[in-house]
Design a protein around this ligand. Structure first.
Ligand code: NAD
Length: 487
C-alpha cells in the first residue's frame, strides 16, 4: 500500500521538498507498513512558508468578504466531490474505518468551509451612536496564522482552522500532526484548484519543534492548536510571551451522566459513540459514564451485549466499525491504562486485549473495553486515555453526580441522558464544560461553537465564534462637530 504525496510540503501554491529535513515515516496503523516517507521542515522551509503567507495576505484581506467566501465554498464542493478518495487517504493515515472517514472527516471540513464562506459576508462590525459623533468597529484580519493539528481528525482540523482564518482575510501556515501528514496536503491542492491565491494556505510537516518555530516567528500573529494539555501549555506560554493570539483545543475526561429515567438504548448508544468512535481517539469523549444506581445493572448488561457486536478489523472494509489506534505508542499507552485499571481494582467487564486479526498481526488494535466498578480516584477515571476504554461509575443523587462530574481539571464536554428535561437543563447549567449535550453525545455541527473550559482550552472553533477568534477589532471614533479643546 502506498500513499506517497508529490512532496512533503505545500508552499506558495506548489509542492516543495527539502531532503535535508529529518525523515518522517507515515505508517498505515492497520498493518504497520510504511506507506509514505516525508521530511520534516528545515528552518528554510519554515521561512519560505511564513514568507509566502506574509506576502499573499494583504491583497487577500482587501478582497470583498463575499469573494473570499466564494472560493471557500468552491473548495467545499471539491472536498465533497472527492470524498471517496479523501476518505481512503484519511483511513490509510489514521487507521479509522472507511465507515467513519466517509461521513465524519472531509465532509466536516466541507461543512466548515461552506458555512463560514457564506457567513463571513454578514459578519460585520458595530455602529455606535454617540449622540452626534459616532463610532464604528471594523473586524480586521490578524495577518499570518499558524494552525497545528492533532492526528485524530486531520483534514477536519485543517478545515476547522483554515476556514475561519481565510474567511477573515488571514493567511495560514498549517502543520499537521507528524503521525498524519497526508490529508492537509490534499486540502492545500483543493484550495489552489478552487482559486485560492498562492501563499494563503501552506502546509509544512514536522514534529513539535517545527510547531514551536512557527509560533515563535516574528511574522506570525496567531496560533491555533489542537492537541494535548501539556502541548497546549507550552504553545500558549510561548505565544503569551510574544503577545500573540491563541486558540487552544485540548484534551478532556468528560462526564456522561445517565439518570434512572433515561431512554436506556439511547443512553447506551450515546455512551458507545462517546467512547468507541474513532477507536476512542476523540477529545470530547464521555469517558466517565456515571449511571444512576436504579438503572445501573440493566445499563451494563445491555452495554456489554451491544459492545460485543462491534466489528473490529480491516478499516478499508466498509462493514468494519472499528479500526486500530494511530500508532504503536498510543496502542501501548492504552494497554498500559487497561492494566492500571485492573490493578486499581476496577472490573474489566469486556475487551481489554489486542485482538488476533488475520492479516493485521502488526496493526495497533485494541478491543472495545468497558470497566465497571470504577471509582473517582482511579487513574482510568482521572486521566485522558485516548483509546476505546469506557469507565462506568455509579451515583445516587443529582447533587452528588454534579459535584463528582466537575471534580476534574478538564472541562471540554459533558452529556446528560434523562427524560426529565427540566433536570437535563438544570444539570447542564451546573456542569463546568464548554460543549454539552442533552440526550445526545459527540455531535459537533459547524453551526455551534466547539471548545473547552478549564484546562481543556481557550477560544472556540466553528460558528461565528471562530470568526471572532481569527480577527481583531478596530474602533473608529468619528467627530461630526468641532473638536472641544481647552487649549
Ligand atoms: P499532541 O499534543 O502530542 O500534538 C498536537 C500537535 O502539537 C502536533 O502537531 C505536535 O507536533 C504539535 N506539538 C507538540 N509539541 C509542540 C510544541 N512544543 N510546540 C508546537 N507544537 C507542538 O497531541 P496528539 O497526540 O497529536 O493528539 C491527541 C490530543 O489532542 C489529545 O489530548 C486530545 O484530547 C487532543 N485533541 C483535542 C481536540 C479538541 O478540539 N479539543 C481535538 C482532537 C484532539
Amino acid at each position: 500500500m502506498k500513499a506517497q504525496p508529490k512532496a512533503s510540503h505545500y508552499i506558495n501554491g506548489r509542492f516543495v521538498e527539502d531532503e535535508q529535513g529529518a525523515p518522517l515515516a507515515v505508517i498505515y496503523p492497520a498493518t504497520g507498513e510504511t506507506i509514505a516517507t516525508l521530511h520534516s521542515a528545515t528552518p528554510n522551509i519554515v521561512e519560505l512558508a511564513v514568507e509566502a503567507a506574509r506576502e499573499a495576505q494583504p491583497a487577500w484581506a482587501r478582497l470583498k468578504p463575499v469573494e473570499r467566501g466564494r472560493i471557500l465554498r468552491r473548495a467545499a464542493d471539491l472536498l465533497r466531490a472527492r470524498n471517496d478518495e479523501l476518505a481512503r487517504l484519511e483511513t490509510l493515515d489514521t487507521g479509522k474505518p472507511l465507515q467513519e472517514t466517509l461521513v465524519a472527516d472531509a465532509p466536516s471540513a466541507a461543512d466548515c468551509l461552506e458555512y463560514l464562506g457564506g457567513a463571513v459576508a454578514a459578519f460585520n462590525g458595530d455602529f455606535v451612536d454617540l449622540g452626534g459623533p459616532f463610532a464604528y468597529t471594523r473586524r480586521e484580519a490578524l495577518g499570518v496564522c499558524v494552525g497545528i493539528g492533532a492526528w485524530n481528525y486531520p483534514i477536519q482540523i485543517a478545515g476547522w482552522k483554515s476556514a475561519p482564518a481565510l474567511a477573515m482575510g488571514n493567511a495560514m501556515v498549517f502543520k499537521p500532526s507528524e503521525n498524519t501528514p497526508l490529508s492537509a496536503l490534499a486540502l492545500a491542492e483543493i484550495y489552489t484548484e478552487a482559486g485560492l491565491p498562492d501563499g494563503l494556505f501552506n502546509v509544512v510537516q514536522g514534529f513539535g519543534d517545527v510547531g514551536g518555530a512557527l509560533v515563535a516567528h516574528e511574522a506570525v500573529a496567531k496560533v491555533s492548536v489542537t492537541g494535548s494539555v501539556p502541548t497546549g501549555r507550552k504553545v500558549l506560554g510561548l505565544a503569551g510571551s510574544l503577545m500573540k493570539h491563541a486558540t487552544m483545543e485540548l484534551g478532556g475526561k468528560s462526564p456522561l451522566i445517565v439518570f434512572d429515567d433515561a431512554d436506556i438504548e439511547n443512553a447506551i448508544g450515546g455512551a458507545m459513540l462517546g467512547n468507541f468512535y474513532s477507536s476512542g481517539q476523540i477529545c470530547s469523549n464521555g469517558t466517565r459514564v456515571f449511571v444512576q444506581k436504579g438503572i445501573h445493572d440493566r445499563f451494563v448488561d445491555r452495554l456489554l451485549e451491544r459492545t460485543k457486536t462491534i466489528r473490529i478489523g480491516d478499516p478499508l472494509d466498509p462493514e468494519v466499525q472499528m479500526g486500530p489506534l494511530v500508532n504503536k505508542a498510543q496502542h501501548d499507552k492504552v494497554m498500559e491504562y487497561i492494566e492500571i485499571g485492573q490493578r486499581d481494582g476496577a472490573t474489566l467487564a469486556c475487551g481489554g486485549k489486542t485482538p488476533a486479526l488475520q492479516g493485521f498481526e502488526n496493526g495497533f488494535f485494541v478491543e472495545p473495553t468497558v470497566f465497571t466498578g470504577v471509582t473517582d480516584t482511579m487513574r482510568i477515571a482521572r486521566e485522558e486515555i485516548f483509546g476505546p476504554v469506557m469507565s462506568v461509575l455509579t451515583f445516587e443523587t443529582e447533587d452528588e453526580v454534579v459535584e463528582r462530574a466537575n471534580a476534574t481539571a478538564f472541562g471540554l464536554a459533558a452529556g446528560v441522558f434523562t427524560r426529565d428535561l427540566a433536570r437535563g437543563h438544570r444539570v447542564i447549567g451546573e456542569l463546568q464544560a464548554g460543549t454539552c449535550w442533552i440526550n445526545a453525545y459527540n455531535l459537533t455541527p459547524v453551526e455551534v461553537p466547539f471548545g473547552g473550559y478549564k484546562q481543556s482550552g481557550i477560544g472556540r472553533e466553528n460558528s461565528l465564534a471562530a470568526l471572532e477568534h481569527y480577527s481583531q477589532v478596530k474602533t473608529v471614533y468619528v467627530e461630526t462637530g468641532d473638536v472641544a479643546s481647552p487649549y
